[in-house]
Design a protein around this ligand. Structure first.
Ligand SMILES: [Fe+2]
Length: 370
């Protein structure tokens, strides 16, 4: 809910996020970035605090995680966070899945951080490369066939149907031309001589298997408006302003009930003098934020590729003050933002999974034993 009442008290800049004059710009907002919001102009950096307890920012180096599917072709991705609406996992699959999979618990979005290969689906084959989102609708039969050895997918499963966001006033071809998605062509896949074909069905936290005497990817043709597809981030047209750093919600890609997929991609930097180019300090009152650093640079510095950062709702996060100072100091020399970050925002708090807690405990024990 937005209110027509907007107050301005004490020392504030004329325009939010511009000409801060030494103040620390801190947003407390409802409904993600679409509800009531307050900018709090502070003297001190609100991310400078000490933590006791488990409700905190988490930074995970995805390059160091070893999901079961990395070494075992029958292994499954590693679930990191979950809530009643979604589950976030990573997959590092090296070998083709010997079985097909079917997720009866929800839709799946695979973001390809590294690797090439294909998804064999009953609709046909989707060839993937880095930067692709591969969207697999709930209950579709598919298997992943990597071509490369070093692969890294960020997977978001959603209980509700994952649909393209409402781009409202942006028109038909922004932020992306919908004809630039890639859809599979029907293809009857040949048998490779095996006696039966397994389809591993995930339902809730359990799995069951269906066995067919034929390859289940045997569709001669299909029509309709429900199908898997892929979209590459290079075809995204970033919505931006020269005079204001716009909120993450202008970069929404797909949504499901309680879940938003968005991304922050290369674009010109805000040009007007005095505009803050670094996102303000933030407490998202109603959404958790999770970001995968896919690649690129910011202010000439390489991003920590493969890092997965989780900011729970109600907890301050934001770039350090030194980076903000650097952005101001380099305003005249730097004219582009080249970051590539993939984001998942969730209405309900994301809980670290048992597997993630076990991993963190192992890492802490290793550190203590050194
Ligand atoms: Fe945020």
């Amino acid at each position: 809910m937005k209110s027509f009442v907007n107050l301005n008290k004490g020392r504030t800049p004329r325009q939010a996020h511009v000409d801060l004059d030494g103040l620390k710009d801190d947003e407390l907002g409802r409904g993600g970035f679409s509800g009531r919001a307050a900018q709090l102009y502070r003297r001190n950096d609100p991310t400078k605090y000490r933590v006791e307890g488990d409700y905190r920012l988490r930074n995970l180096n995805g390059n160091k995680l070893s999901p079961a599917d990395m070494d075992d072709p029958r292994g499954l991705p590693l679930a990191l966070f979950e809530n009643a609406d979604c589950r976030v996992s990573i997959s590092r699959r090296r070998e083709p899945m010997p079985m097909y999979a079917r997720n009866a618990a929800g839709d799946e979005s695979f973001f390809v951080h590294r690797g090439t290969g294909s998804f064999e689906t009953e609709f046909g084959t989707i060839v993937y490369e880095p930067g692709d989102y591969v969207i697999i609708p709930k209950a579709t039969t598919y298997r992943v066939v990597p071509r490369t050895d070093d692969n890294f997918f960020l997977i978001c499963e959603t209980v509700d149907e994952l649909i393209v966001a409402d781009f409202g006033v942006f028109g038909r071809h922004a932020p992306f031309d919908p004809t630039l998605i890639t859809t599979p062509e029907p293809q009857v896949l040949a048998s490779d001589g095996r006696d039966e074909w397994e389809v591993l069905v995930r339902h809730g936290d359990d799995t069951s298997s269906l066995f067919y005497a034929h390859n289940p990817c045997d569709v001669e043709g299909w029509k309709g408006d429900l199908f898997p597809f892929k979209f590459n981030i290079r075809d995204w047209n970033v919505i931006m302003s020269d005079t204001l750093h716009l909120p993450p919600s202008v970069h929404n890609f797909m949504t499901a009930d309680g879940v938003i997929l968005c991304h922050f991609l290369p674009r010109p930097a805000e040009g007007r003098a005095g505009v803050e180019r670094v996102p303000y300090y933030h407490r998202n009152a109603d959404y958790d934020e999770l970001i995968l650093y896919h690649g690129g640079t910011f202010l000439g510095q390489e991003l920590p590729t493969g890092l997965i950062a989780h900011s729970p709702q109600g907890i301050h996060h934001g770039a350090p003050e030194e980076l903000r100072e650097l952005a101001r100091a380099t305003h005249d020399e730097i004219d582009r933002v080249d970051w590539q970050m993939i984001s998942i925002d969730t209405r309900r708090p994301l809980r670290p999974t048992r597997a993630l807690r076990d991993y963190e405990q192992r890492k802490a024990a290793e550190k203590n034993s050194k």
